[in-house]
Write a new protein. Structure first.
Length: 438
């Protein structure tokens, strides 16, 4: 990986792309520290300093925003609205024929779906920004902080609208920065911004573990976490690269005097076909009971007490089992809607392709479904185990739920890192192709 980056900096056009990407990253990180109008920055910092390590229902969004959410900055919402909008459009493509037709139109249809994603991102940003402002005004953003209700001193309608508009504009700016990296940088703009947001929280989380440790001044816990992190990175790289290759043979066809086909290829089915989406779905769904209980106010009804005892703390057995089962369910659900065996089988039959030993058409679709279900089981179990590492850290080290080498963060960082390195290597190969003779 380091060799690829070193060679990229020696290539003039790639060096420009890398420097442009680094410039956009600097702008993005600066924006995560600029507070929005109407917020008392001193009170916010006081609450952050006094807050417990467990950020509860806002932990996931705060991680994706690079810590900007709890600081209530102009990029407080980060790329979370765009991620949510992209997932919603991807799910709707399966059930809405118009979107499915657009997807099959090629680049023109993809451009329209991208435009719909932008519109939906702005709508979600307005909705989430309004919720964040209402939460900050009520003091629920930092429960237990004595000055939590004074974060927004002026609670007039004009100030509230200004805050919502500022955060929505910040989300639009983040979306624009991501597209700039995609068009003029090294590509994968949104993924790189997500990578930077998560990686930015690592140093403070690691240092907090060292300060809270009791063995040899916290260095034993610190070293153990680093070792666990390297082990998890190795495991994630191994599984993310694992795939089942289904061989495909294309028959020869004579068109005029030319012969086409007769080649052999394969269909790569990844073990973790769903990526990090099931973890995000399960985390978001489990935040709903805690969110409802938090906004229930001071009522001490039986259902609220039961939720606070079983579904607010991440180390409770009910929470752990439910989280694991939801990840397994969403892994199968997402694979089912993102990979269509019937469509793949029809395309193979159209171009004269077949799997050796399997008849074309419906038997091919059934075989692909069978293989996909078999490899999704280990993939979903792997996702569930990786996502539960922060919970095991809670029990083993007394760490917080923002355990730096846990679940979602490691999956995203390793996945984006591998994809970025592949893109750089492919661009290097295009510019420095050596052929058979050196």
């Amino acid at each position: 990986m380091l060799t690829a980056f070193a060679r990229a900096f020696k290539t003039p056009d790639l060096r420009k792309k890398l420097l442009f990407t680094l410039g956009i990253i600097v702008v993005y990180r600066v924006g995560t520290h600029i507070p929005i109008p109407g917020v008392d920055y001193r009170n916010v910092q006081t609450c952050i300093d006094n807050a417990q390590a467990n950020q509860g229902i806002f932990g996931l969004v705060n991680m994706f925003s690079g810590g900007a959410l709890l600081q209530i900055t102009i990029f407080a919402l980060g790329i979370m609205p765009y991620i949510t909008a992209s997932i919603i459009l991807q799910l709707l493509t399966v059930v809405i024929p118009r979107l499915e037709a657009l997807k099959k139109e090629g680049q023109a249809g993809t451009a329209k779906i991208t435009q719909y994603t932008r519109y939906l991102t702005i709508a979600l940003a307005i909705l989430q920004g309004t919720g964040l402002v209402a939460t900050a005004r009520s003091g629920a953003l930092f429960s237990g902080c004595p000055v939590a209700s004074q974060i927004v001193p002026d609670q007039s309608i004009f100030v509230t609208i200004t805050m919502v508009i500022t955060m929505t504009a910040g989300t639009a700016a983040v979306m624009w920065l991501g597209e700039l990296i995609t068009d003029r940088g090294i590509g994968n703009g949104m993924s790189i911004l997500m990578f930077i947001s998560i990686a930015a929280t690592f140093p403070s989380a690691l240092w907090a573990i060292k300060q809270e440790g009791s063995l040899a001044g916290g260095w034993i816990e610190f070293g153990t976490v680093i070792l666990v992190g390297f082990a998890m990175v190795g495991l994630v790289v191994f599984v993310e690269q694992a795939q089942r290759r289904i061989p495909v043979q294309y028959a020869k066809r004579m068109i005029g005097r030319r012969s086409y086909g007769g080649t052999s290829t394969y269909i790569p089915l990844k073990v973790n076909q769903a990526g990090v989406i099931p973890v995000i779905f399960a985390s978001s769904l489990l935040y709903i009971p805690a969110l409802v209980a938090q906004f229930a106010g001071g009522s001490q009804s039986g259902w609220k007490t039961w939720i606070e005892q079983h579904f607010v703390k991440g180390d409770h057995p009910y929470y752990i089992v439910t989280y694991f089962l939801l990840i397994v369910f969403f892994a199968f659900f997402y694979v089912a809607i993102s990979f269509n065996p019937e469509e793949v089988a029809d395309n193979m039959k159209k171009y004269g392709g077949f799997i050796p030993g399997i008849r074309a058409g419906r038997p091919t679709a059934e075989y692909l479904s069978y293989v996909l279900n078999r490899i999704t089981w280990p993939g979903s179990l792997y996702l569930g185990l990786i996502a539960l590492v922060p919970t095991m850290a809670l029990a083993g080290f007394g760490a917080n739920q923002n355990f730096p080498f846990g679940g979602t963060s490691i999956l995203i960082i390793v996945g984006v890192g591998l994809e970025t390195v592949k893109q750089i290597e492919s661009q290097l190969q295009q510019r420095n192709y050596e052929g058979f003779l050196r």
